[in-house]
Design a protein around this ligand. Sequence first.
Ligand SMILES: Cc1cc2nc3c(=O)[nH]c(=O)nc-3n(C[C@H](O)[C@H](O)[C@H](O)COP(=O)(O)OP(=O)(O)OC[C@H]3O[C@@H](n4cnc5c(N)ncnc54)[C@H](O)[C@@H]3O)c2cc1C
Length: 412
Amino acid sequence: MRRIAIVGAGQAGLQLALGLRSEGYEVTVVSARTAEEIRSGQVLSTQVMFGPALALERAAGLHLWEEQAPWIDGLDLCYAAEPGTPTLSFSAPFDGAAQSVDQRLKMAGWLELFEERGGRVEHRAVPADGLGPLAAEYDLTLVAAGRGGLAEVFTRDERHSPYEAPQRTLACVYLHGVTAPERHPDAVGPRMRVLATPGAGECIVMPALTLSGPCDILLWEATPGGPYDCWQDRPGAQALAKRSLELMRTYAPWEYERFAAAEPTDPQAVLFGSITPAVRHPVAEVAPGSYVLGMADTVVVNDPIAGQGANNAAHCAASYLRSITDHGDRRFDRPWMQRAFAAFWERARHASAFSNAMLAPPEHVARALNAASRHAEVAHRFANVYVDPFDAPEWIMDADRTEAYLAAVGRP
Ligand SMILES: Cc1cc2nc3c(=O)[nH]c(=O)nc-3n(C[C@H](O)[C@H](O)[C@H](O)COP(=O)(O)OP(=O)(O)OC[C@H]3O[C@@H](n4cnc5c(N)ncnc54)[C@H](O)[C@@H]3O)c2cc1C
């Protein structure tokens, strides 16, 4: 049986590893951390997964927390041209509800499940020069190590990497005790709330499941140098929650009361960072004639403004699984690796383009948001670009197409 090594125990690496085990492959996952270290460590993401990605997990039998995790019914978007004063807002359902399961819970659980199902785990951090020796031992070596150091092994693809620096600084905290706004009558759960304020950035709230049960996650997407960009001292969870309340008093007063009594779920439930969105060439030569294939964040990393990364990772794992099984006993050579990535890129390119556009929305996107506040159809279509970014180029990525669509919707 073919032997496959995967570096990294995140959404992409573990989903693929478990999928390959189900098909009978001999799989080794090399993980920098043990399941217990992941579970007891810092939060990793806000990880909202939309319907199509959840469906992939369900089809693979990996939806282990579906019953406990709150459903996220749709998107509430508010734009405030002046701090604290909504200029427009709309609310729309997703086609298929979303969920967010704390990756500490999920990845630790999946890593244990992988071992239970006969997978082999090596606990060590692979250095860049360790990829050559690893690739020599296996029929195929994949690098699913996220956006950290090993990503540098893959060269940047300038054609699809418009940003040289992070466009947001990120601060996030998981909270118990947030009061939910009144639910839409048809909703299966609360909606994800996004408040955009020019010059400040975005304040995003989403329900989730963490180690201690259901919670809400608050994510600040701060425009560098703006008023939300106030986390340089890396405060603890309690201090982050308190400072968030002060920001809400000015920028989101309607959220203030909802958060007034909230408490962090645990001391590790904070995350800070910033991401330079980038696409990398997916194949790296790690020894003469020896190649490794990059997965998900390692080769396509987006700012989380549109919540695409973990979804991308799930689609990447499913797409690579198909490419591997379809290839049978043939050699996993460089052209095959290029083709495997190309199949994944068919979807990922739309997720990247949409995420990049939301970091600096052009004028026609502002017009679409305006129309969404008046037409439920536009609101629904916009909310579902998050779910299925294939629809983005059909209208929202191009000024003429946006205008044509809005004109058609506006006609009686
Ligand atoms: C604040 C924030 C909010 C986010 N919110 C969302 C969201 O709502 N929705 C969404 O879809 N996406 C979101 N994302 C993005 C999402 O978390 C990532 O895109 C996704 O987790 C990437 O999965 P991955 O498997 O590629 O990498 P990762 O999840 O980063 O996993 C990589 C794994 O590799 C291990 N590793 C790293 N280096 C090595 C090494 N050298 N040797 C061995 N192991 C190694 C790491 O320990 C880790 O376990 C968010 C990200 C951030 C930062």
